[in-house]
Design a protein around this ligand. Structure first.
Ligand code: G3P
Length: 217
């Protein structure tokens, strides 16, 4: 499973990259605003800065909601850096734009997916990645992980190559459950990734090894 980090915070991106486990980054307008990155010029430069830190794909979201606007914006984003993936919303014009970009060989990420039907459409349009928001489904008493299973089943039935990018991952168990189900990618906060490191027996065992070494030297 690929690990993406879901942030526009450069320090956190650097920390995850330094761990050696990072495969890419996802961003969205809310994450940009959270870091105080505003204005088209600054946002575009921030995408380039992120690409210069990581080796993998970096999702950059269009703001336009009409086909022509998405194409214009997406082409400008894709021209920024070879690692940019054009992120498009799951609406009719977003699906059309996805097909347009996939026909041109430009990578896409269809975002704001909340149903298996939407996931099927994204795959039919040739999306590289398709992002179901599992945390936001859990927030409204709907089974986010159940949706990942359903989509995995459908994609496997037909051999769709679109990668299931589990998004709105909120905690470490979401990562583990996505891995068991077979999501291709997960994107989550650094805290959820670092949670995978933790086990008290590791800490106790290491402290014991170091104490024993000191006693013998
Ligand atoms: O990857 C999508 C994500 O940024 C949304 O996460 O926590 O706002 O639902 P959240």
């Amino acid at each position: 499973m690929k690990f993406f980090i879901d942030t526009a915070n450069l320090e956190q991106i650097k920390e995850a990259q330094a761990l050696g486990i990072l495969d890419g980054v996802t961003t969205n307008p809310s994450l940009m605003a959270k870091e105080g990155i505003t204005g088209a010029g600054n946002i575009l430069q921030h995408y380039v800065d992120i690409c210069n830190i990581v080796d993998g794909d970096v999702s950059a979201e269009v703001i336009a909601t009409d086909f022509d606007g998405m194409v214009k914006e997406g082409e400008a984003l894709a021209a920024l850096h070879p690692q940019i993936v054009v992120k498009l919303p799951m609406i009719a014009d977003g699906v059309k734009a996805c097909k347009y970009f996939s026909d041109k060989g430009i990578k896409t990420n269809v975002t704001l997916v909340f149903s298996a039907g939407q996931a099927l459409l994204a795959a039919k349009a040739g999306a590289t990645y398709m992002s179901p928001f599992i945390g936001r489904l859990d927030d409204i008493s709907t089974d986010g992980l159940g949706l990942i299973s359903e989509i995995r089943h459908i994609y496997d039935n037909y051999g769709f190559e679109t990668q299931i990018l589990a998004a709105s991952v909120r905690h470490t168990m979401h990562i583990m459950d996505c891995a068991k189900i077979g999501a291709d990618v997960m994107t989550g906060p650094l805290s959820a990734i670092k949670g995978l490191l933790k086990h008290p027996l590791t800490d106790i065992g290491l402290a014991q090894f170091l104490a024993d070494y000191k006693r013998g030297n």
